[in-house]
Design a protein around this ligand. Structure first.
Ligand code: AMP
Length: 199
């Protein structure tokens, strides 16, 4: 029964840490960015609708994104837990998610906030663009996504802070180091790693 959200600006390492957490806890990652990219790659109708938006570094409309997540959360593997990565990103999405979770009498257990200096991550993102061929990782688009994050997404953290859910993690450093910080912070809150993972 583990319901996490991982949040942080572009390039904070959400995807990498999210893969670690889903392995450890045996829960699926629900990463809206990944779902959109898969749809673009497979040239689905959704993919065609969102390609230009994503390439420009803008946010996909809330209605589309909410709908996608609502369906994904109903799938069998997400019933006992999940890790949301990159959703919610707006206050509208946050409210929608609250509603979806309330319907199944559940709620988030923790919000893992990855904290990084935006300037430090631009070079990291440019490197990723090169390695993964992401078309939304040019320097201009990165700066645009960073400012959108600050304006639209950072305010969500205050809401979750009020609910006592936020775990702040310094996300600069080696992947293992950051993963250990997350594990320690979760343990501090009484969310222990499953036995097999701590051996
Ligand atoms: P990410 O992989 O999380 O960095 O997402 C890549 C891109 O997908 C973002 O820059 C947005 O264009 C779009 N996207 C992903 N998640 C959302 C969301 N929750 N709301 C709106 N747009 C999103």
């Amino acid at each position: 029964m583990t319901r996490f959200l991982i949040v942080g600006p572009p390039g904070a390492g959400k995807g990498t840490q999210s893969a670690r957490l889903t392995d450890t806890f045996g829960i699926p990652a629900i990463a809206t960015g990944d779902i959109f990219r898969a749809n673009i790659k497979n040239q689905t109708e959704l993919g065609q609708q969102v390609k230009a938006i994503i390439d420009a570094g803008d946010y996909v409309p809330d209605s589309l994104t909410n709908d996608l997540v609502a369906h994904r959360l109903l799938e069998e593997d997400a019933v006992d837990g999940f890790l949301l990565d990159g959703y919610p990103r707006t206050l509208d999405q946050l409210g929608f998610l609250d509603g979806v979770l309330a319907k199944s009498d559940t709620a988030l257990d923790a919000v893992i906030q990855l904290v990084v200096d935006p300037n430090e991550v631009v070079s990291r993102l440019l490197k990723r663009a090169h390695e993964e061929g992401r078309t939304d990782d040019t320097e201009d688009t990165i700066r645009h996504r960073q400012s959108l994050y600050k304006r639209e997404t950072a305010p969500l953290i205050a809401v979750y802070k009020d609910r006592g859910l936020v775990i702040e993690i310094d996300a600069l450093g080696e992947v293992d180091e950051v993963a250990s910080r997350i594990a320690a912070a979760l343990a501090d809150r009484g969310i222990a790693l499953p036995d097999a993972a701590t051996k």
